[in-house]
Ligand binder design. Structure first.
Ligand code: 5GP
Ligand code: MN
Length: 345
């Protein structure tokens, strides 16, 4: 099991304490891990370092996950105030991204900023040159898990998870829970160690389960049923995919985040080795990819879908008109990419 060195944690601690203005950022389409890690980081800086950190996101927060950010001020990345904060920050901490590229509209301002930059992430291929201090590991479940290990190594915490502020601990457990799909994927010995220490420290796991998995709308579940019944296509090569078009989104009133997890369901079918959810957006389709071990799909995401990610959970885009002339061509485009990819596997 890995440990974050006390020396590196001390360096991070002194960077935080010597930075009056800190900005925290995460990726486009923030998920539980992104929101859990930024709020845990911000809460720690406030409660344990007496500092003040501003969270800036390039995107709106899905309503189903807003319980994680309740009580935190989150600045809209498109605002002038955000641009000024980034330019004037002494310290910038990027979480759950391997590169500023994943922060979308914030990217150029973050690259140009003069402040010190820290990366805390669990994706392959970190863009280490863009940062002054890098915490990057792929043998962890989530950015939240890596952050947990970092915070536990900080002076004053000394490995005792019960010294973490309660809302910080709750955020870390929530992000780890969502990124592992409730302990189904990417679970390492250090993941269970973290869970055990946080539950012992008093984190209410039942509340997390209630909020994340059992607080949805009826329309959401009916939309999932509709997608699985009417839209799921299974190819002979073992790839399954669903296209979620604008009409279906509108019909069920689907909100951002309400399809999180849907892409995993087709993997329940024995012959399916890879699953894709392709969602219509303005001028492009967003694609979520999942696979069963040992099949890795991050190369497919980067080679054919302008994206990337983890071996068994990746994503990207299909662009109109760069990739396909119009929306009707999306199935053929995906099927061609999937069939060629699976043939090589
Ligand atoms: P999701 O399917 O949940 O949206 O994304 C799964 C994983 O794929 C994310 O954790 C992230 O690692 C990766 N991912 C999703 N979209 C993109 C993208 O557009 N670019 C890159 N590089 N990675 C992505
Ligand atoms: Mn993550």
């Amino acid at each position: 099991m890995f440990e974050v060195s006390a020396e590196k944690a001390k360096l991070f601690d002194s960077l935080i304490r010597n930075s009056p203005e800190t900005v925290i950022v995460a990726h486009l389409h923030p998920d539980g891990d992104a929101l859990g890690s930024i709020t845990a980081m911000s809460g720690f800086i406030r409660d344990c370092c007496g500092g003040n950190a501003v969270i800036i996101l390039p995107d709106r927060i899905p309503s189903g996950l807003s319980f994680i950010t309740d009580g935190f001020d989150i600045l809209d990345g498109g605002s002038d105030r955000s641009k000024k904060m980034i330019a004037g920050a002494d310290l910038i901490i990027a979480l759950d991204v391997n590169s500023f590229r994943r922060t979308d509209i914030l990217e150029n301002d973050l690259r140009a900023a003069k402040g010190r930059k820290v990366l805390i992430d669990h994706h392959p291929d970190p863009d280490s040159d863009a940062f002054d201090l890098v915490f990057s590991r792929t043998d962890v479940s989530s950015a939240c898990e890596l952050l947990f290990q970092i915070l536990c190594a900080m002076p004053g915490i000394d490995g005792d998870a019960s010294k973490l502020p309660a809302d910080c601990a709750f955020s870390l457990m929530t992000g780890m829970t969502t990124d592992t799909n409730n302990f189904a994927n990417s679970v390492f010995p250090s993941t269970l160690d973290m869970a055990s220490r946080l539950i012992a420290a008093g984190v209410d796991r039942d509340l997390i389960i209630e909020r994340v998995y059992n607080s949805g709308r009826e329309g959401k579940l009916r939309a999932w049923g509709y997608m699985l019944d009417r839209k799921l296509r299974i190819m002979d090569c073992g790839a399954a995919y669903m296209v979620l078009d604008r009409d279906t989104k509108d019909r069920f009133g689907l909100a951002e985040g309400e399809t999180d997890g849907l892409v995993n369901i087709p993997l329940q079918i024995g012959k399916v080795r890879m699953s894709a959810l392709i969602t219509e957006e303005d001028g492009y389709f967003r694609i979520s990819l999942r696979s069963k071990k040992p099949l890795s799909i991050n190369a497919l995401a980067s080679d054919r879908f302008h994206g990337g990610g983890h071996p068994q959970a990746s994503g990207g885009r299909i662009l109109i008109p760069d990739d396909i002339p119009d929306r009707d061509a999306v199935c053929a485009w995906f099927e061609d990419a999937a069939a060629r990819f699976m043939q090589k596997m």
